[in-house]
Ligand binder design. Structure first.
Ligand SMILES: Nc1ncnc2c1ncn2[C@@H]1O[C@H](COP(=O)(O)OP(=O)(O)O)[C@@H](O)[C@H]1O
Ligand code: SF4
Ligand SMILES: [Mg+2]
Length: 315
């Protein structure tokens, strides 16, 4: 049944006011689907990923609903979410590799994690070893410290751990950013393999690297300033985008395999608006080459053809 997110609003409370990081986000991810989530730095990708599993102290669920496999996820309730974490929804957070406790052996870390879920390491050890074999990690890694593993090995280890309980949804946030290009591809392929084997049912793959996304994602969702700009099949987003922002993103790709800059985009003057006090109407308006009077009103997301959603008056 997959994930359904409806008009989700999640704001950060700050001394300067509310940062409207997710401001009415609606989309679905089907069973077996890998959704690539793209967009410039600061558009709300990490906030979306975290909202689906664990909000941090300053985040507030202001509106909207999240449903996983037909059941509502109590995302605003940290305690009630506990039941879903790791078993139903799992995350490989941004910087997961460097967040591994350096003084704890990896096997011990896994055991602690399982125990915190009321599970026994012994009962899952066989499956764990089988999966280590599958990602070509020697079983000895369980007796090693994180420092003893290369970046690629650590990333595969984190992937095995986070999917050990076969969650319905896996969120992978920038999991390849710190890796070299060939390791990135291997990690991405591993993720696809996990989906193919049913270790995870659906995946939200967050990355700056739209060309890498294109290689593994079934669908791509482009966000801009806390909203969804466009969502469609990956080949449609890359070959026939309809939203002006997506078009600029794609045309700024130098070539496949090269990531686009995590800064201002070449060819798009200006930068995304502040989410403390976002502009009314289309948030892309002051950078959009096609902006016209109508754009002072917020464009609704329209399904322009089956499974292709665009929020733009000109699309
Ligand atoms: N802890 C926080 N407190 C206040 N604002 C935040 C916090 N974390 C992120 N933001 C803001 O929320 C917006 C979305 O950020 P984020 O989800 O990290 O974007 P992305 O992952 O796409 O780079 C940005 O405007 C960012 O400045
Ligand atoms: S709604 Fe208007 S400003 Fe926004 S992307 Fe479309 S044309 Fe540009
Ligand atoms: Mg991020």
């Amino acid at each position: 049944m997959g994930l359904r997110v409806n008009d989700l609003k999640v704001y950060y409370q700050t001394l300067r006011g509310e940062v409207k990081a997710l401001d009415g986000v609606t989309f679905a991810v089907g069973d077996g689907e890998i959704l690539g989530l793209a967009g410039e730095s600061g558009c709300g990708k990490t906030t979306l990923g975290k909202s689906l599993i664990r909000m941090d102290g300053r985040m507030r669920h202001t509106g909207g609903t999240v449903e996983l496999d037909g059941a509502e996820l109590p995302i605003g309730d940290d305690r009630r979410m506990n039941r879903f974490r790791f078993s139903e929804v799992s995350i490989i957070p941004q910087y997961a590799m460097s967040a591994m406790n350096p003084t704890r052996k990896i096997g011990k870390m896994v055991a602690d994690l399982l125990e915190s879920r009321g599970l026994r390491y012994r009962n899952l050890a066989g499956e764990l070893e089988r999966r280590l074999d599958l990602v070509e990690l020697p079983r000895e890694v369980l007796g090693s410290y994180p420092l003893e593993l290369s970046g690629g090995m650590k990333q595969r280890m984190v992937m095995v751990i986070s999917t050990l309980l076969d969650p319905s949804l896996l969120i992978a946030d920038e999991i390849t950013s710190a890796l070299d290009v060939s390791t990135q591809k291997a990690v991405a392929r591993t993720l696809v393999g996990f989906r193919d084997r049913g270790f995870v049912r659906s995946v939200i793959f967050i990355t700056h690297d739209i060309s890498l996304t294109y290689q593994i994602a079934d669908t791509i969702m482009v966000m801009y300033a806390g909203k969804v700009a466009e969502k469609a099949r990956a080949d449609v987003i890359v070959n026939a985008p309809r939203h002006p922002y997506t078009k600029l993103l794609i045309s700024s790709l130098p070539e496949v395999g090269v990531r686009y800059a995590d800064r201002k985009l070449a060819g798009i003057p200006g930068s995304p608006p502040s989410l403390l006090d976002p502009p009314t109407g289309c948030r892309f308006r002051d950078r959009c080459p096609l902006a016209h009077d109508k754009c002072a009103e917020e464009p609704p997301a329209v399904e322009v053809e089956p499974d292709h959603f665009v929020a733009c008056w000109k699309a």
